[in-house]
Design a protein around this ligand. Structure first.
Ligand code: BGC
Ligand code: BGC
Length: 599
């Protein structure tokens, strides 16, 4: 894709006319509330981003477009007119935007095992981003989660490296419109293409529980503050030797690079006593030299501050390790000042700066950023369109995994009553984290269809009580449906030591058990949970993951218009003694359901 094009001469010509300030500006990525368009121009900023929940007010696709356009116009007004690249976490649809189509999180896509479908979801996501002028998606996450207590488990497609490699590269091809029958046009330079960021390099899914600490082996409470002590997994220390890292976590990157990856985000985790952001060996020697990666590396959010308490040392270490762009994200003036000083002092070589800027410019020139800096306004009317929602609905029905079915499915044609209980009418819970807000949020605060609404539309005789309390004279329902849901969470906030269902959840299942002939339990969760008791009370059990905005995808399958087809992409533990995955592998007892299971 990049060998025989006229891009390199353009990179060199731009680079040769750039001042140090212009170069360092390109290496700087700033959070949108921390900078004005004027300062994007003044400091030659290379990229602006929205973190999770970083939306404008009002949160509409049009207002997003106005905001991004403002930054872009400022970048284009500079001497060299190099466009900035706006970045977002569109990790299951362009999920910060009210009105966007929200897809199942990756764990659900993993259960579909369908590369083409995964690419289609990414394609729609790209179009909904470009409507607002956004060219860069911090996705796909190609974590291979080894411990489902991790709050980011659902961001991974599965526990199997091969599956993650296949689906991660499919997602990337869809975003970057890069063909192979998985998208409809020809690559990153196409006007309807979005740059993907393959993340988080490397071993983000491999940290151990309570692996001290977020701040690497050097962590000391007197240096960083007691509050930074890691209590979970997220941003912890990756377990395993180099052979293990290469075997389990590296293949998705190799496959993504082969599929055209041009940007990789580094992981918050540590390994061998060093934060990943300080690992010259893994970043430069392995990724850039050994794998021949010619795109650019971006840090995670404020991640370099974890390398060292002294900002100057942290910046020097990360840039010398091979980082090309820094997601600062707030105090960009200090970042620019310190990196400038480091170059002037000679502790960061000019050749390293040139290499970083060359990589950033190369990728910017490969994309449609110079030719279509404002995206495509005509796509605005396709945001959340029926066509896009239909693809999400398809992804939902394909992602459902039927774990138990004792003469429940196929449902009888005629039923005189269905009692529905639990979290059946909550879009926020249905979507999970990274939906409008960084952490997600319960409630029906955006367009979409809850399962309850989908059931009502299906004109079946439904009665709903969240607490499962139905009038005594209503008798016994033909079918009871209990929806259990993990509350929304993202990143370390979702680290959870005990994955058992709560006593209230068990009580709810029990209550409904007494009120129906057949009992179906549907679970919304970002990972397998310990479900044994609920499973044994239920006649049928569906793992629905975090399905997103299109609840009809569930009723499509419940009422037999489509078959169940999802297969587990994670082994399902019998008890917490089966967590992490390495404990299950050593256990004499088999999992409750193995990877690949699905009735
Ligand atoms: C997350 C990344 C994300 C970034 C920007 C970080 O906290 O780890 O996955 O891309 O924030 O929102
Ligand atoms: C997340 C961002 C988010 C921010 C909120 C970060 O860790 O990555 O996406 O907006 O926290 O404080």
């Amino acid at each position: 894709m990049t060998s025989t094009n006229p891009i390199e001469p353009r990179v060199e010509s731009l680079l040769s006319s750039m001042s140090l300030a212009e170069k360092i500006g390109q290496m700087t990525q700033v959070e949108k509330n921390s900078i004005t368009p004027d300062d994007v121009a003044t400091y030659f900023i290379g990229s602006v981003l929205s973190g999770g929940g970083g939306y404008p007010t009002p949160n509409t696709p049009e207002e997003w477009r106005n905001m991004v356009t403002g930054f872009q116009k400022a970048a284009l007004s500079t001497r060299l007119g190099i466009p900035m690249m706006y970045g977002v976490d569109a990790v299951h649809g362009n999920n910060n935007v009210i009105g966007a189509t929200i897809f199942p999180h990756n764990i659900g896509l993993g259960a579909t095992r369908d590369r083409e479908l995964v690419a289609k979801t990414a394609r729609v996501t790209a179009l909904e981003m470009l409507a607002s002028g956004i060219h860069w998606d911090f996705a796909p996450c190609v974590a291979v989660p080894q411990d489902i207590r991790w709050g980011r488990t659902y961001e991974g497609f599965g526990q199997d490296t091969k599956l993650v490699s296949q689906l991660g590269s499919a997602y990337l091809l869809g975003l970057q419109n890069a063909g192979e029958g998985l998208s409809d046009a020809d690559g990153l330079s196409d006007a309807h293409s979005v740059l993907g960021s393959v993340k988080h390099y490397i071993g983000d899914g491999g940290a151990g529980w309570e692996s001290i600490s977020r701040f690497g082996a050097d962590w000391a409470p007197e240096l960083w503050g007691e509050a930074t002590r890691a209590v979970g997994i997220d941003q912890g220390i990756t377990v395993g030797d180099e052979a293990f890292i290469r075997e389990v976590f590296l293949p998705p990157y190799i496959e993504a690079i082969a599929a055209g990856a041009r940007n990789i985000m580094i992981s918050y985790t540590s390994w061998g006593g060093l934060k990943m952001h300080a690992q010259k060996y893994l970043l430069t020697d392995v990724l850039k030299t050994e794998l021949g990666f010619t795109g650019f590396l971006v840090t995670d959010w404020n991640a370099i501050s974890q390398i060292h308490a002294d900002a100057f040392t942290a910046i020097v270490t990360s840039i010398n390790a091979g980082l090309d762009m820094v997601m600062v994200p707030f105090d960009y003036k200090t970042f620019i000042e310190l990196l400038t000083r480091a170059v002037e002092n000679g502790v960061v070589a000019m050749s390293r700066i040139d290499d970083a800027v060359r990589r950033i410019l190369r990728v910017k020139l490969e994309t449609c950023l110079f030719t279509h800096p404002f995206g495509d306004e005509s796509l605005l009317n396709r945001v959340g369109s029926p066509e896009h929602r239909a693809i999400a609905r398809e992804a939902v029905r394909r992602s459902l995994v039927l774990l138990k079915n004792e003469q429940v499915f196929p449902l009888p044609k005629q039923m005189s009553s269905i009692f529905v209980a639990g979290t059946a009418d909550d879009l926020g819970a249905q979507c999970g984290g990274w939906t409008i807000e960084w952490q997600g949020k319960k409630g029906n605060h955006m367009p979409g269809t809850t399962l309850l609404q989908a059931l009502q539309q299906a004109s079946v005789p439904v009665q709903y009580s969240a607490t499962g309390e139905f009038p005594d004279n209503a008798g016994l329902a033909d079918l009871g449906i209990v929806v259990l849901a993990e509350p929304p969470y993202a990143e370390g906030v979702g680290d959870r030591e005990n994955l058992c269902l709560t006593a209230e959840e068990i009580a709810l299942v029990h209550r409904l058990r007494g009120r129906c002939e057949k009992l179906l339990v549907i679970l919304y969760s970002g990972r397998p949970l310990i479900i044994n008791e609920a499973l044994s009370m239920a006649d049928a059990f569906i793992a629905a993951w975090l399905p997103g905005s299109e609840g009809e995808g569930i009723t499509d399958v419940l009422f037999g218009e489509y078959p169940f087809s999802g297969k587990l992409s994670f082994a399902w533990p019998r008890s917490m003694a089966h967590v992490p995955y390495s404990a299950l592998q050593k256990s004499p007892e088999p999992p409750l359901f193995p990877i690949g299971f699905g009735l």
